[in-house]
Design a protein around this ligand. Structure first.
Ligand code: BF8
Ligand code: SF4
Length: 644
């Protein structure tokens, strides 16, 4: 198979060719080996929920043994996938909350309340008293309230109060305001067991509720607490792609999702003693780089380089330059173990709930986190001498990361009048047509990074400001799209003017997949700032993920839909096509209930067109598309946008 058909990333193409030469397998090869994939599974019409099955819906046998039809089976499978995605993000959030409390109590001494401004804001929001109290006392209370959100017996998610009031009303009326995360996930599994919920619409309504428990609950708490612990991101430059690895240094890859470990490895890699030890074994230093969402977390906060996204994880090891890859949870391919065996790379699992056969497990001790991290860095240094041939592709690009809600607010309005007003004004006057969230994974069924970057190019060309997260943001980074110098040239005239005046790229790197909640908060703020309607569903905005892999992506898609947005996925990744009724509801009917809906489109150019039409129809409805004389920026406008 031609590497160019597998990825548009030149570094990936080189490594795919190199692995093929050496007879080593990666995800693309395993996809080929799978042959034609199961048509029932693709359409969501295979049920293996009980032992009377597995049942498949066919023309000849349209009902499962229990009598379930395709609508029930597809809706149940969809609900289970969304619930699994929610549980992944939310379990991450819960771990952060536990470490947060341990840090505030002084039981995990290496974790401190770093961003106290954000802590105080959160405290106020959660009703925690701050007067005459120490930072740690406040931290304990905030952490305990956050932890309770996962399993509290009564009440609804506190973060859901951040949504505009009309949105909260819509949820209340439909009965989908999310309760405790655990409860919504448990109820999802209960409803979808054999012989329980058999009304596809009722099942799909619960899919909205469980997804909202993620977006406005577990994942949002993960982001908020991580910002307090590790610092709220502000824009800074980093580098993206395999060219960030250094031939003459000890290279460590942190891979996975929770910054609990990777933050400490980053600190340990700066330790004087360990740097001296690295020198002793003949290395000129220690490079830490990330893959997947852990990479985004580190780039956002510290400018630590990114080696690649989901499909790069195996390729990175094949450079022969990686002394150690430390993984925690989520999106860690089991195939890594095989690739690592071909090289000197030590692959180490660090989370007790995520282990791999034949892979060394070093349990991360949060109470002694820096020591645990130093142990891993030492392991990497000791492994430097075992290196064989090394081939590191040159490819890398500068990327600006760090667009949190707070930093966007600051960039737009300045320190003394931080505000979304300039963004609202520029959407209203039409320089910016609208906003798109381009998020999610890289799937070997599509050429890696192609759909994300093509979609992004089309959108910015037509004056749509793009916010990116997850593997999509890494895809954009690799192609230079998050580098203002390159990307501004590709933007339409209106968007370009605004970007140049503010000093941002037209594509903003907003972080990892849990950080999609930053997009929800930003949408709420656009509404609150005024002039763009009363609810998120009125905004000229949409989301897309055309290379989706994980159940987490379905959870994210569903919470954006349930928050009032259009969400576009590729046909190949939407396992609902076996039920016309489920499709009709998720693609159309749900809009009446929740204001948002799903759409499918695999071609990124057509998806861009779909998003732009949606944005323009929202602008028409808001009445902001009336012909106005186009006004170029004058000095007064520019001054108004300059950061003080
Ligand atoms: O949580 S984008 S492949 S790495 S699931 Fe995974 Fe998808 Fe990448 Fe991050 Ni998100
Ligand atoms: Fe078959 Fe019904 Fe059992 Fe599913 S729940 S496996 S459709 S009998």
């Amino acid at each position: 198979m031609d590497p160019k058909k597998r990825s548009i990333d030149k570094a990936a193409q080189e490594m795919i060719a190199l692995m093929a030469e050496k007879g080593q397998q990666n995800a693309w090869d395993r996809l080929d080996a799978q042959g034609a994939q199961c048509g029932f599974g693709k359409q969501g019409i295979c049920c293996r929920i009980c032992a009377m099955g597995p049942c498949r819906v066919t023309k000849k046998a349209p009902l499962g043994v229990c009598g379930a039809d395709e609508d029930t089976i597809v809706a149940r499978n969809f609900l289970r996938a969304v619930a699994a995605g929610v549980s992944a993000h939310s379990d991450h959030g819960r771990t952060v909350a536990e470490v947060f409390i341990a840090g505030a109590k002084g039981e995990a001494k290496d974790y401190k309340m770093k961003d106290t401004t954000k802590l105080f804001k959160l405290a106020e929001e959660l009703g925690v008293k701050t007067k005459d109290r120490s930072v740690n006392e406040i931290g304990i209370d905030v952490g305990e309230i956050a932890l309770a959100e996962f399993g509290k017996p009564v009440g609804t998610q506190l973060m859901a109060r951040r949504a505009p009031a009309p949105r909260q009303e819509i949820w209340k009326k439909l009965g989908v305001t999310p309760r405790a995360v655990d409860r919504e996930v448990t109820e999802s599994l209960h409803r979808s067991t054999m012989g329980v919920d058999q009304n596809y619409k009722n099942i799909l309504t619960h899919a909205s509720r469980v997804a909202l428990a993620d977006g406005w609950g577990g994942a949002m708490l993960a982001t908020e607490l991580q910002d307090v612990l590790f610092g709220t991101p502000y824009p800074g430059t980093g580098e993206v792609n395999m060219g960030v690895l250094k031939k003459d240094e000890v290279n460590i890859i942190v891979h996975g999702h929770e910054p609990i470990l990777s933050e400490m490895i980053a600190v340990a890699s700066q330790d004087e003693e360990l740097l001296a030890k690295a020198k002793k074994v003949g290395a000129n230093g220690i490079t830490v780089a990330g893959t997947c969402c852990t990479a985004n977390e580190l780039l956002m906060r510290h400018g630590i380089p990114i080696a690649g996204n989901f499909l790069n994880q195996e390729l990175v090891i094949a450079t022969g330059a990686i002394e150690l890859m430390a993984v925690d949870v989520q999106c860690v391919m089991q195939g890594l173990a095989q690739v690592a065996k071909c090289y000197h790379t030590k692959l180490v699992t660090t989370t007790d709930k995520a282990q791999m056969p034949d892979v060394e497990h070093v349990s991360m001790d949060e109470h002694n986190a820096l020591e645990s991290a130093k142990g891993l860095v030492t392991m990497a240094i000791d492994n430097f001498k075992n290196r064989g041939d090394v081939y590191i592709p040159k490819e890398k690009n500068a990327a600006v990361g760090g667009f949190s809600f707070e930093s966007i607010n600051y960039m737009l309005g300045g320190r003394f009048r931080a505000s979304f007003r300039p963004l609202n004004d520029n959407i209203i006057n039409g320089r910016i047509r609208g906003i798109a969230g381009i998020v999610g994974c890289t799937n070997p069924k599509m050429p890696q990074d192609y759909t994300h970057t093509t979609l992004v190019r089309e959108l910015i060309k037509r004056d749509v400001l793009v916010l990116t997260t997850g593997c999509a943001t890494i895809a954009c980074g690799k192609q230079g799209l998050t580098n203002p110098k390159i990307a501004v040239e590709l933007a339409g005239p209106g968007l370009r003017e605004v970007c140049e005046a503010i000093g941002i790229a037209p594509v903003l790197t907003c972080g990892s997949c849990v950080d999609n909640t930053r997009l929800l908060v930003s949408c709420s703020e656009l509404v609150r700032e005024g002039g763009l309607g009363d609810d998120i569903s009125e905004l000229p905005a949409a989301g897309a993920c055309l290379e989706s892999v994980s159940e987490k992506a379905l959870a994210i898609g569903q919470y954006f839909v349930a928050s009032g947005m259009l969400v576009v996925f590729a046909k190949e990744t939407m396992p609902i096509l076996g039920s016309k009724n489920v499709c009709d509801y998720l693609f159309k009917g749900i809009e009446k209930d929740l204001g948002g809906h799903w759409a499918i489109e695999s071609d990124p150019v057509k998806a861009a067109e779909m998003i732009i039409q949606h944005i323009e129809s929202k602008r028409d409805a808001l009445g902001i598309n009336k012909e106005k004389e186009r006004k170029l920026y004058d000095m007064a406008d520019r001054r108004a946008l300059t950061i003080e």
